[in-house]
Write a protein that binds this ligand. Sequence first.
Ligand SMILES: Nc1nc2c(ncn2[C@@H]2O[C@H](COP(=O)(O)OP(=O)(O)O)[C@@H](O)[C@H]2O)c(=O)[nH]1
Ligand SMILES: [Mg+2]
Ligand SMILES: [Zn+2]
Length: 368
Amino acid sequence: MSAPSPQLVALGWNDHLATLLVSEATGLVPGRILAEERGAYLVVTDAGEGPATASGRLRHATELDPTAAWPAVGDWVALDPLSVEGSGSDHRLIQRVLSRRTAVIRRSPGDRRMPSQVLAANVDVVFVVTSANQEFNVRRLERYLTVAWESGARPIVLLSKADLAEDIGEYLLAAATAAPGVEIITVSAITGEGIEAVRFHLGVGRTVVFTGSSGVGKSSIVNALAGAPLLDTGGIREDDARGRHTTTRRQLVRLADGLLIDTPGLRELGVLDGDGVATAFDDVERIASGCRFNDCGHQSEPGCAIRAAIASGDLDRGRFAAWEKLGREAERAAIATNALGRRAERKKWSAIQRSVEQHMRLKYGTER
Ligand SMILES: Nc1nc2c(ncn2[C@@H]2O[C@H](COP(=O)(O)OP(=O)(O)O)[C@@H](O)[C@H]2O)c(=O)[nH]1
Ligand SMILES: [Mg+2]
Ligand SMILES: [Zn+2]
């Protein structure tokens, strides 16, 4: 195996990935996805940057199993060597997605065909951006934090547009209650407040992602870190239901001190698993573990620690309700994912059976 170029190393390539490549995609060429827009990708390899698409084989594999990995921004992928070395660099073929270390996954329960979508793969930090003005919403912050915890990466809250807040302390307190144990940084892309504290979490070869509703200032923060207007801000309505000025582009920005993924705002962000809820609501779970009954419904059972905590003011009723709601949502998501998995398993087996039958016919003829 030849030594990887400094270019790949700057993108986060390491020994772990080199081992993955050997075990999951021997003979293929590694690359990282920089951008995605409607199925068209921009990929960097040792040979440089270029457009790429998913191969027919990869497409087929995910048709058989919708839970199989489909390429997303931040992914390390393995490309067909001929398609990379050939002069026709406009059709590099992605054959495989290497196993992800972490992934920010958006679940859209309303979409049956695409029930979940990877927003950013292989990230070290998930910045959850929420603005310190009338748009601030504790319940939304809890939801984004749950998804951030699910990713396996470290969440950090950015309380943005600090220059607009009359009393930043009020927002800080509310954010701290919604995000126990999570670092909170107040930032302003306009005054530059907090930008260096955000930069502290970057690093060569490290990847961070910015999540949060449309308009909270994600792209402005990326531009402030870059010191240049790399991304469009304001005015652009991303993921707009009415289809105005819609851009679905997700991209990874390469700075000297790290890799940054900007995501568009989302209309729908469902939670996927109970682990994310358990971590994001660690404080509530801890109180609930004090209930006398393991299966306490926190309604009228005797010895309910949750009701006692609400009564004493130790637990906010709204936060308790959010914990229950997201917990139910995670349960439904788990059931749906299992059903998808079972369907995929059946599909795979019937495909195998068909090919076995075909093989037998070829070998022994149809008269058996
Ligand atoms: N006052 C103030 N406005 C900001 C700040 N950051 C962004 N904005 C404004 O908020 C709007 C949305 O910003 P943008 O970065 O596009 O948000 P995004 O949708 O999360 O990427 C734009 O009009 C920005 O000029 C900030 O720190 N302070
Ligand atoms: Mg933006
Ligand atoms: Zn209880």
